[in-house]
Design a protein around this ligand. Structure first.
Ligand SMILES: NC(=O)c1ccc[n+]([C@@H]2O[C@H](COP(=O)([O-])OP(=O)(O)OC[C@H]3O[C@@H](n4cnc5c(N)ncnc54)[C@H](OP(=O)(O)O)[C@@H]3O)[C@@H](O)[C@H]2O)c1
Length: 283
Protein backbone atom coordinates (compact mmCIF):
# COMPACT_ATOMS: atom_id res chain seq x y z
CA UNK A 1 0.00 0.00 0.00
CA UNK A 2 1.29 3.44 -0.92
CA UNK A 3 2.21 5.61 2.05
CA UNK A 4 2.70 9.32 2.50
CA UNK A 5 3.97 11.56 5.26
CA UNK A 6 1.26 12.10 7.87
CA UNK A 7 0.94 15.89 8.08
CA UNK A 8 3.99 17.57 9.62
CA UNK A 9 5.13 14.33 11.28
CA UNK A 10 7.89 12.23 9.81
CA UNK A 11 5.74 9.14 9.95
CA UNK A 12 4.79 7.44 6.69
CA UNK A 13 1.20 6.23 6.88
CA UNK A 14 -0.76 4.17 4.32
CA UNK A 15 -2.98 6.49 2.28
CA UNK A 16 -5.81 3.97 2.54
CA UNK A 17 -6.52 2.57 5.97
CA UNK A 18 -9.39 0.73 7.63
CA UNK A 19 -12.41 1.95 9.59
CA UNK A 20 -14.08 -0.03 12.37
CA UNK A 21 -17.45 1.65 12.95
CA UNK A 22 -20.23 -0.97 13.24
CA UNK A 23 -18.01 -4.05 13.09
CA UNK A 24 -19.58 -5.45 16.27
CA UNK A 25 -22.64 -7.72 16.35
CA UNK A 26 -23.19 -11.46 16.16
CA UNK A 27 -20.22 -13.75 16.60
CA UNK A 28 -20.23 -14.56 12.89
CA UNK A 29 -20.33 -10.89 11.95
CA UNK A 30 -17.51 -10.04 14.33
CA UNK A 31 -15.31 -12.90 13.15
CA UNK A 32 -15.85 -11.87 9.54
CA UNK A 33 -14.84 -8.30 10.39
CA UNK A 34 -11.73 -9.45 12.29
CA UNK A 35 -10.70 -11.63 9.33
CA UNK A 36 -11.23 -8.68 6.98
CA UNK A 37 -9.09 -6.39 9.17
CA UNK A 38 -6.35 -9.03 9.24
CA UNK A 39 -6.39 -9.35 5.46
CA UNK A 40 -6.16 -5.54 5.34
CA UNK A 41 -3.02 -5.70 7.47
CA UNK A 42 -1.54 -8.31 5.12
CA UNK A 43 -2.26 -5.95 2.21
CA UNK A 44 -0.63 -3.00 3.98
CA UNK A 45 -3.78 -1.17 5.13
CA UNK A 46 -2.13 -0.68 8.50
CA UNK A 47 -3.77 2.62 9.46
CA UNK A 48 -6.65 1.43 11.67
CA UNK A 49 -9.26 3.86 12.93
CA UNK A 50 -11.41 3.07 15.95
CA UNK A 51 -13.12 4.93 18.82
CA UNK A 52 -14.39 4.33 22.33
CA UNK A 53 -17.85 5.11 20.95
CA UNK A 54 -17.93 2.27 18.42
CA UNK A 55 -20.01 -0.53 19.93
CA UNK A 56 -19.31 0.97 23.38
CA UNK A 57 -15.71 -0.21 23.22
CA UNK A 58 -16.41 -3.48 21.43
CA UNK A 59 -14.82 -2.24 18.19
CA UNK A 60 -11.60 -1.51 20.12
CA UNK A 61 -11.60 -5.07 21.52
CA UNK A 62 -12.14 -6.54 18.05
CA UNK A 63 -9.40 -4.29 16.68
CA UNK A 64 -7.04 -5.68 19.33
CA UNK A 65 -8.03 -9.21 18.31
CA UNK A 66 -7.34 -8.44 14.65
CA UNK A 67 -3.96 -6.86 15.40
CA UNK A 68 -2.80 -9.64 17.73
CA UNK A 69 1.00 -9.67 17.83
CA UNK A 70 1.34 -7.22 14.92
CA UNK A 71 1.03 -4.02 16.96
CA UNK A 72 4.31 -2.57 15.66
CA UNK A 73 3.04 -2.70 12.05
CA UNK A 74 -0.04 -0.61 12.82
CA UNK A 75 -0.72 3.13 12.93
CA UNK A 76 -3.42 2.86 15.58
CA UNK A 77 -5.97 5.61 16.08
CA UNK A 78 -8.75 6.00 18.64
CA UNK A 79 -11.01 8.81 19.83
CA UNK A 80 -12.38 10.26 23.02
CA UNK A 81 -16.10 11.00 23.19
CA UNK A 82 -16.94 14.69 23.70
CA UNK A 83 -18.92 13.80 26.86
CA UNK A 84 -15.69 12.35 28.35
CA UNK A 85 -13.41 15.11 27.06
CA UNK A 86 -12.76 17.06 30.28
CA UNK A 87 -9.11 17.08 31.39
CA UNK A 88 -9.47 14.12 33.79
CA UNK A 89 -12.11 12.44 31.64
CA UNK A 90 -9.80 12.38 28.62
CA UNK A 91 -6.98 10.81 30.65
CA UNK A 92 -9.33 8.12 31.97
CA UNK A 93 -10.93 7.47 28.57
CA UNK A 94 -7.51 6.99 27.02
CA UNK A 95 -6.53 4.50 29.70
CA UNK A 96 -9.71 2.49 29.05
CA UNK A 97 -9.06 2.53 25.30
CA UNK A 98 -5.46 1.39 25.79
CA UNK A 99 -6.70 -1.51 27.95
CA UNK A 100 -9.30 -2.58 25.41
CA UNK A 101 -6.76 -2.27 22.62
CA UNK A 102 -4.15 -4.23 24.60
CA UNK A 103 -1.43 -1.67 23.97
CA UNK A 104 0.64 0.90 25.88
CA UNK A 105 0.51 3.60 23.22
CA UNK A 106 -1.81 4.96 20.59
CA UNK A 107 -0.23 6.46 17.49
CA UNK A 108 -2.94 9.09 17.32
CA UNK A 109 -5.72 10.12 19.68
CA UNK A 110 -8.58 12.32 18.50
CA UNK A 111 -11.30 14.40 20.06
CA UNK A 112 -14.26 12.77 18.26
CA UNK A 113 -16.18 16.04 17.89
CA UNK A 114 -16.50 19.15 20.01
CA UNK A 115 -18.95 19.11 22.90
CA UNK A 116 -19.59 20.73 26.25
CA UNK A 117 -16.02 20.54 27.56
CA UNK A 118 -13.79 23.41 26.39
CA UNK A 119 -11.42 22.29 23.64
CA UNK A 120 -8.49 23.83 25.53
CA UNK A 121 -9.10 21.42 28.42
CA UNK A 122 -9.13 18.41 26.10
CA UNK A 123 -5.97 19.60 24.35
CA UNK A 124 -4.23 20.06 27.70
CA UNK A 125 -5.09 16.45 28.56
CA UNK A 126 -3.81 15.36 25.15
CA UNK A 127 -0.47 17.05 25.88
CA UNK A 128 -0.28 15.23 29.22
CA UNK A 129 -0.93 11.95 27.39
CA UNK A 130 1.94 12.67 24.99
CA UNK A 131 4.23 13.50 27.93
CA UNK A 132 3.28 10.22 29.62
CA UNK A 133 3.94 8.25 26.43
CA UNK A 134 0.31 7.10 26.14
CA UNK A 135 -0.14 8.69 22.70
CA UNK A 136 2.31 9.76 20.00
CA UNK A 137 0.26 12.40 18.19
CA UNK A 138 -2.76 14.60 18.89
CA UNK A 139 -5.64 15.07 16.49
CA UNK A 140 -9.23 16.18 16.22
CA UNK A 141 -12.25 15.13 14.25
CA UNK A 142 -15.26 16.96 12.85
CA UNK A 143 -13.77 20.39 13.59
CA UNK A 144 -14.54 23.18 11.16
CA UNK A 145 -12.04 25.96 10.64
CA UNK A 146 -12.73 28.15 13.68
CA UNK A 147 -12.70 25.24 16.14
CA UNK A 148 -9.66 23.76 14.45
CA UNK A 149 -7.79 27.03 14.99
CA UNK A 150 -8.96 27.07 18.61
CA UNK A 151 -7.54 23.56 19.09
CA UNK A 152 -4.25 24.66 17.54
CA UNK A 153 -4.05 27.70 19.81
CA UNK A 154 -4.76 25.54 22.87
CA UNK A 155 -1.70 23.37 22.29
CA UNK A 156 1.41 24.74 24.00
CA UNK A 157 4.01 22.03 23.47
CA UNK A 158 2.63 19.88 20.66
CA UNK A 159 1.23 20.40 17.17
CA UNK A 160 -2.06 19.15 15.84
CA UNK A 161 -1.36 16.24 13.49
CA UNK A 162 -4.74 15.64 11.90
CA UNK A 163 -8.38 16.52 11.38
CA UNK A 164 -10.60 13.54 10.54
CA UNK A 165 -13.63 14.75 8.59
CA UNK A 166 -16.50 13.63 6.40
CA UNK A 167 -15.41 13.60 2.76
CA UNK A 168 -17.06 11.73 -0.07
CA UNK A 169 -18.33 12.53 -3.55
CA UNK A 170 -21.68 13.71 -2.22
CA UNK A 171 -20.05 16.09 0.29
CA UNK A 172 -16.99 17.91 -1.01
CA UNK A 173 -17.46 20.92 1.29
CA UNK A 174 -13.97 20.64 2.84
CA UNK A 175 -12.36 21.42 -0.51
CA UNK A 176 -13.38 25.08 -0.27
CA UNK A 177 -11.55 26.27 2.85
CA UNK A 178 -10.72 23.50 5.32
CA UNK A 179 -8.57 21.37 3.03
CA UNK A 180 -6.40 24.29 1.80
CA UNK A 181 -5.94 25.49 5.40
CA UNK A 182 -4.89 22.01 6.59
CA UNK A 183 -2.48 21.70 3.65
CA UNK A 184 -0.91 25.05 4.53
CA UNK A 185 -0.59 24.05 8.22
CA UNK A 186 0.60 20.51 7.38
CA UNK A 187 -2.32 18.96 9.23
CA UNK A 188 -3.23 15.58 7.74
CA UNK A 189 -6.82 15.31 6.55
CA UNK A 190 -8.34 11.88 7.08
CA UNK A 191 -11.48 11.38 5.01
CA UNK A 192 -14.09 9.33 6.82
CA UNK A 193 -17.11 7.62 5.22
CA UNK A 194 -15.48 7.78 1.75
CA UNK A 195 -18.40 5.75 0.38
CA UNK A 196 -20.96 8.00 2.09
CA UNK A 197 -21.39 5.36 4.83
CA UNK A 198 -24.28 3.63 3.04
CA UNK A 199 -25.10 6.14 0.34
CA UNK A 200 -22.76 5.07 -2.44
CA UNK A 201 -24.05 6.40 -5.78
CA UNK A 202 -26.44 3.93 -7.37
CA UNK A 203 -25.04 2.54 -10.64
CA UNK A 204 -28.36 3.42 -12.24
CA UNK A 205 -28.14 7.15 -11.41
CA UNK A 206 -26.24 9.74 -13.48
CA UNK A 207 -23.28 9.93 -11.09
CA UNK A 208 -23.13 6.16 -10.82
CA UNK A 209 -23.06 5.85 -14.61
CA UNK A 210 -20.19 8.36 -14.82
CA UNK A 211 -18.19 6.37 -12.24
CA UNK A 212 -18.97 3.10 -14.02
CA UNK A 213 -17.74 4.55 -17.33
CA UNK A 214 -14.46 5.75 -15.81
CA UNK A 215 -14.02 2.43 -14.02
CA UNK A 216 -14.56 0.51 -17.26
CA UNK A 217 -11.99 2.60 -19.16
CA UNK A 218 -9.45 2.28 -16.36
CA UNK A 219 -10.04 -1.44 -15.82
CA UNK A 220 -11.02 -0.65 -12.22
CA UNK A 221 -14.19 -0.58 -10.14
CA UNK A 222 -16.33 2.43 -9.24
CA UNK A 223 -15.25 2.17 -5.57
CA UNK A 224 -11.59 2.19 -6.60
CA UNK A 225 -12.21 5.28 -8.73
CA UNK A 226 -13.78 7.03 -5.73
CA UNK A 227 -10.94 6.23 -3.32
CA UNK A 228 -8.33 7.25 -5.90
CA UNK A 229 -10.16 10.55 -6.44
CA UNK A 230 -10.56 11.40 -2.74
CA UNK A 231 -6.84 11.06 -1.99
CA UNK A 232 -5.65 12.78 -5.18
CA UNK A 233 -4.24 15.73 -3.18
CA UNK A 234 -1.19 15.47 -0.97
CA UNK A 235 -1.95 15.34 2.74
CA UNK A 236 -5.22 13.41 2.39
CA UNK A 237 -5.81 9.89 3.72
CA UNK A 238 -8.95 7.76 3.86
CA UNK A 239 -10.29 4.97 6.07
CA UNK A 240 -13.02 2.96 4.30
CA UNK A 241 -14.70 0.37 6.48
CA UNK A 242 -15.06 -3.07 4.94
CA UNK A 243 -15.99 -6.15 6.88
CA UNK A 244 -15.85 -8.46 3.88
CA UNK A 245 -12.52 -9.71 2.60
CA UNK A 246 -13.43 -9.11 -1.03
CA UNK A 247 -14.18 -5.48 -0.25
CA UNK A 248 -10.85 -5.03 1.55
CA UNK A 249 -9.01 -6.52 -1.43
CA UNK A 250 -10.87 -4.25 -3.84
CA UNK A 251 -10.18 -1.14 -1.75
CA UNK A 252 -6.49 -2.01 -1.43
CA UNK A 253 -6.09 -1.79 -5.21
CA UNK A 254 -7.30 1.80 -5.50
CA UNK A 255 -3.90 3.44 -5.91
CA UNK A 256 -0.76 3.11 -8.05
CA UNK A 257 -2.67 4.15 -11.18
CA UNK A 258 -3.94 7.58 -12.20
CA UNK A 259 -7.22 9.14 -13.15
CA UNK A 260 -6.85 11.20 -16.33
CA UNK A 261 -7.68 14.91 -16.56
CA UNK A 262 -10.78 13.90 -18.46
CA UNK A 263 -11.82 11.51 -15.65
CA UNK A 264 -11.31 14.25 -13.05
CA UNK A 265 -13.44 16.68 -15.08
CA UNK A 266 -16.21 14.11 -15.47
CA UNK A 267 -16.26 13.49 -11.69
CA UNK A 268 -16.29 17.26 -11.01
CA UNK A 269 -19.24 17.65 -13.30
CA UNK A 270 -21.23 14.74 -11.86
CA UNK A 271 -20.34 15.49 -8.21
CA UNK A 272 -19.58 19.21 -8.05
CA UNK A 273 -17.60 20.72 -5.21
CA UNK A 274 -19.25 23.82 -3.68
CA UNK A 275 -17.97 27.19 -4.91
CA UNK A 276 -18.68 28.87 -1.57
CA UNK A 277 -18.29 28.21 2.15
CA UNK A 278 -20.60 25.46 3.50
CA UNK A 279 -20.80 24.12 7.07
CA UNK A 280 -18.70 21.03 7.71
CA UNK A 281 -20.76 17.90 7.11
CA UNK A 282 -20.91 15.28 9.84
CA UNK A 283 -22.38 11.81 10.29
N1 LIG B 1 -14.76 10.73 13.07
C1 LIG B 1 -16.02 10.45 12.84
O1 LIG B 1 -16.94 11.13 13.34
C2 LIG B 1 -16.37 9.30 11.94
C3 LIG B 1 -17.68 9.19 11.44
C4 LIG B 1 -17.95 8.14 10.58
C5 LIG B 1 -16.96 7.21 10.26
N2 LIG B 1 -15.71 7.32 10.81
C6 LIG B 1 -14.65 6.32 10.50
O2 LIG B 1 -14.58 6.16 9.08
C7 LIG B 1 -14.78 4.78 8.76
C8 LIG B 1 -15.44 4.64 7.40
O3 LIG B 1 -16.70 5.27 7.34
P1 LIG B 1 -18.09 4.46 7.38
O4 LIG B 1 -17.91 3.19 8.11
O5 LIG B 1 -19.10 5.43 7.88
O6 LIG B 1 -18.49 4.18 5.89
P2 LIG B 1 -17.80 3.91 4.49
O7 LIG B 1 -16.40 3.45 4.65
O8 LIG B 1 -18.08 5.10 3.64
O9 LIG B 1 -18.70 2.72 3.94
C9 LIG B 1 -18.79 1.49 4.60
C10 LIG B 1 -19.73 0.59 3.80
O10 LIG B 1 -19.18 0.38 2.50
C11 LIG B 1 -19.12 -1.02 2.26
N3 LIG B 1 -17.92 -1.27 1.43
C12 LIG B 1 -16.63 -1.02 1.76
N4 LIG B 1 -15.84 -1.36 0.73
C13 LIG B 1 -16.64 -1.83 -0.25
C14 LIG B 1 -16.41 -2.35 -1.56
N5 LIG B 1 -15.17 -2.42 -2.05
N6 LIG B 1 -17.50 -2.74 -2.29
C15 LIG B 1 -18.76 -2.66 -1.80
N7 LIG B 1 -19.04 -2.19 -0.56
C16 LIG B 1 -17.99 -1.77 0.19
C17 LIG B 1 -19.02 -1.69 3.60
O11 LIG B 1 -19.53 -2.99 3.50
P3 LIG B 1 -18.96 -4.24 4.33
O12 LIG B 1 -18.72 -3.77 5.74
O13 LIG B 1 -20.05 -5.26 4.21
O14 LIG B 1 -17.68 -4.69 3.69
C18 LIG B 1 -19.93 -0.76 4.44
O15 LIG B 1 -21.28 -1.13 4.26
C19 LIG B 1 -15.63 4.28 9.94
O16 LIG B 1 -15.69 2.87 10.01
C20 LIG B 1 -14.95 4.96 11.11
O17 LIG B 1 -13.76 4.28 11.46
C21 LIG B 1 -15.39 8.37 11.61
Amino acid sequence: MVKRKFGWTNVEVPIIGQGTWMIEGSQAREQRAVAALRLGLDLGLTHIDTAEMYGNGRAEELTAEAIGARRSEVFLVSKVLPSNASYDGTLRACERSLNRLGTDTLDLYLLHWSGRHPIRETMRAMETLVQRGCIRFIGVSNLDLDELKEAQRALRHERLACNQVLYHLGDRGIEYRLLPYCAEQQIAVVAYSPFGHSGFPSPAGRGGRVLAGIARNQGRTARQVVLNFLVRRPGVFTIPKASRKEHVLENSQSLEWELSGEDLNAIDEAFPAPDHEVPLGML
